[in-house]
Write a protein that binds this ligand. Sequence first.
Ligand code: C2E
Ligand code: CA
Ligand code: CA
Ligand code: CA
Length: 279
Amino acid sequence: VKKRPDERLGFFDAAMSFAVSERMTLERSLRDALKVGQFELFYQPQVKLKEMRLVGAEALIRWRHPELGIIGPDKFIPVAEQTGLIVEMGRWVLESACAELRSWDKQELPPLRLGVNISGRQFHEADLADTVAGVIADSGINPRQLDLELTESMLMADGESTLRLLRQLADLGVSLSIDDFGTGYSSLAYLKRFPVNTVKIDRAFVRDLDHDEDGRVIANAIISLAHSLSLSTIAEGVETESQAALLARHGCDEIQGYLIGRPVPAADFVAFARSFNGT
Ligand code: C2E
Ligand code: CA
Ligand code: CA
Ligand code: CA
């Protein structure tokens, strides 16, 4: 029997609406999780290569699900982004990160810089600079300790409005990093044009360091380019001593990765920070 086209269409429709309803269920759960406080920030250390000193951390969101345990951001950030919930979630992330900075200060850790991931949707919300300013004021942190991680795709639309927003953020005293550098459609022009401070070399290039000459050439080129524009460099996903050694030889400023430490809950990070700096 030959299938009628509309039958196939019907099946397709059903599959689609299943996906949609699943997404709506997840969206509802995410909203509830935010309300009842099931999200948590983990912290991953960042170390200055020259003196192997702890200088900062990146805040990475986790969902502590009552039945499923800890769920990583790859499972829910895309849905939060699609549904717009990311804006509220992103605000929570900013507030929590700043509260944590305050708490480190009270616990007398040396001043560290804390990186916070900003999503595309959050970046394009009209009031991001106001939100960041408000959170800084309410928390009473030193804005120099806050670093906002942006991606190349956010900066690609390099219109006047992007430049204006970046200037507003920079004027608050926070620093700006380009996350996953080299993986987007980089228009290198924006590096010079925008008030960014740091380039985060994506894990993909770091992974290649051990294996092939091309990997080394690319990492070296990114570091040289960044330095020639007076930008600082941090390599992500550093897992081996040999990667760290190669990066040090190429003059990379900082590293982040399992070699130094995995992302961990706040209390574990504080313990790590104390023992790492030998205090
Ligand atoms: P990202 O910003 O590129 O974060 C780095 C990811 O690499 C983290 O994954 C981290 O756990 C992982 N990683 C760090 N060191 C190593 C290593 O040595 N080896 C390997 N294999 N992986 C390493 P995670 O925590 O699962 O986060 C995934 C992505 O989710 C992040 O990528 C970021 O894009 C997003 N994300 C995380 N937290 C937030 C947040 O609060 N807001 C937003 N908008 N996005 C977030
Ligand atoms: Ca990041
Ligand atoms: Ca990254
Ligand atoms: Ca990444």
